[in-house]
Design a protein around this ligand. Structure first.
Ligand code: GLA
Length: 405
């Protein structure tokens, strides 16, 4: 891959000297969906697929971005002075995908970010030269596998490395999330950037999003494998109902706070929720909050069942998670439901659910190795019959975090 990147770089920028190649993974979330902005737990892992970046420092302050995945956009040109200056949003629609790396550069210079995280010392004046960057990603974009977080974390990691900025991987995830929230304008939680930046080979990350305390859980699936299926129904986070779900949870929380002392929905046990839920009054808001509370408890139970090697329980929790996302949170839709429901019928299936924000994108399945072939072919046929769409399947490995190749 490194050579491929160097060759592409040469084709686009006509340079071969001083080019570095980097990688950051995508992620799949095993369980704990729509809990990260509710102070709950998540359980994602980094993948071996991800985003590559080839980069070369320039003598001037020009920035040039090119993506092999979006050749029609051509080389997108900007400058350090435009990107680093000002507190104002300077998201340019015409810059398309390049707003992600630009947003990350912008975040490095944001005082409002740095003041909030006073332990992070970034001398953004270190960033004093322009760059030519070429990206290539093998994560299907808009599929719920965090192609955007991967691009953001990769860019932050490149900047850390090239300009010798002293910033930890955990802080890289916070900075990338800040770029996504404030520059790109999607109010996402911390899960994706954290999973990408902190990924560890063969481990899933059990993260408490209210404290950012985390634990690596070895995922020895033995004779089972993770199979991701892509519904090929694209989802754009920005124009989806993601922000709406977030506000619904905030409203439910405000109402609950009039009777219980909690900071987030993740602070509630199931019993506490049941005892107080009537104060929320609105049926939709009750269902949204119920999902957040129960999904958090499921995630806590999921890591326990993994530790006792109870894979069947883990799979059942995945299935329950999907049902809750379908009925209470309403973020699945016909395509994701058809894929998961087809998976549930197959021999060798341990558990299946949608993964990521929902409204399209991918599902995650744990499948007995010996059944993988029949699983893929039967689910593919059933899905096509029901939706007219072709599903893609990936048998994935859990990979490590960002690195220079
Ligand atoms: C998207 C967001 C995450 C998280 C998931 C849902 O991937 O970026 O922060 O909220 O949706 O679990």
């Amino acid at each position: 891959m490194k050579n491929k990147m160097l060759n592409w770089f040469k084709d686009i920028y006509k340079e071969t000297e001083g080019v570095g190649v980097y990688f950051a993974p995508g992620r799949v979330n095993l369980i704990g969906e729509h809990t990260d902005y509710n102070g709950g737990h998540v359980f994602p892992c980094a993948l071996e697929i991800g985003t590559y970046g080839a980069v070369r420092l320039r003598e001037d302050r020009t920035l040039r971005f090119y993506s092999i995945n979006f050749p029609d956009e051509g080389v997108i040109i900007s400058s350090l002075d435009d990107v680093l200056s000002g507190e104002e949003l300077i998201y340019h629609r015409k810059d398309d995908w390049a707003n992600y790396p630009k947003g990350v550069l912008w975040a490095f210079a944001q005082h409002s970010f740095l003041e909030k995280h006073s332990d992070i010392k970034i001398e953004s004046s270190n960033i004093n030269r322009g760059m030519d960057i070429l990206y290539y990603g093998d994560i299907p974009n808009g599929s719920g596998l965090s192609s955007s977080a991967s691009l953001e974390v990769l860019t932050a990691y490149i900047i850390k490395d090239l300009f010798q900025i002293d910033i930890s991987l955990k802080d890289i995830s916070l900075l990338s999330q800040y770029a996504e929230n404030k520059y790109v304008g999607v109010n996402s939680g911390i899960m994706d950037q954290f999973a990408v930046a902190m990924g560890k080979k063969n481990h899933a990350i059990f993260l408490d999003t209210s404290t950012l305390e985390y634990e690596y859980a070895p995922l020895s699936l033995v004779d089972k494998r993770i199979v991701i299926s892509n519904s090929n129904k694209r989802r754009g986070l920005g124009d989806s109902k993601y922000n709406e779900r977030r506000s619904e949870c905030e409203e439910a929380l405000r109402r609950l706070q009039t009777v219980v002392k909690i900071n987030t929905l993740g602070d509630l046990s199931k019993d506490e929720f049941e005892a107080h839920k009537d104060i929320i009054k609105d049926d939709t808001l009750i269902r949204r909050a119920r999902h957040a509370v129960y999904e958090n408890q499921r995630t806590i139970e999921a890591i326990k069942s993994l530790k006792t090697n109870d894979m069947q329980r883990f799979g059942d929790l995945m299935n329950e998670s999907h049902i809750s996302l379908r009925d209470d949170y309403e973020v699945t839709g016909h395509e994701l439901d058809s894929l998961v429901e087809a998976a549930w019928e197959q021999d060798g299936l341990i558990g299946a659910r949608m993964t990521g924000a929902g409204f399209g994108g991918c599902t995650v399945n744990i499948v007995d190795e010996e059944y993988i072939e029949s699983f893929i072919s039967k689910v593919g046929i059933q899905y096509k019959e029901k939706t007219g769409l072709r599903a893609d399947f990936y048998v994935v490995e859990i990979g490590g975090g960002p690195r220079r190749l």
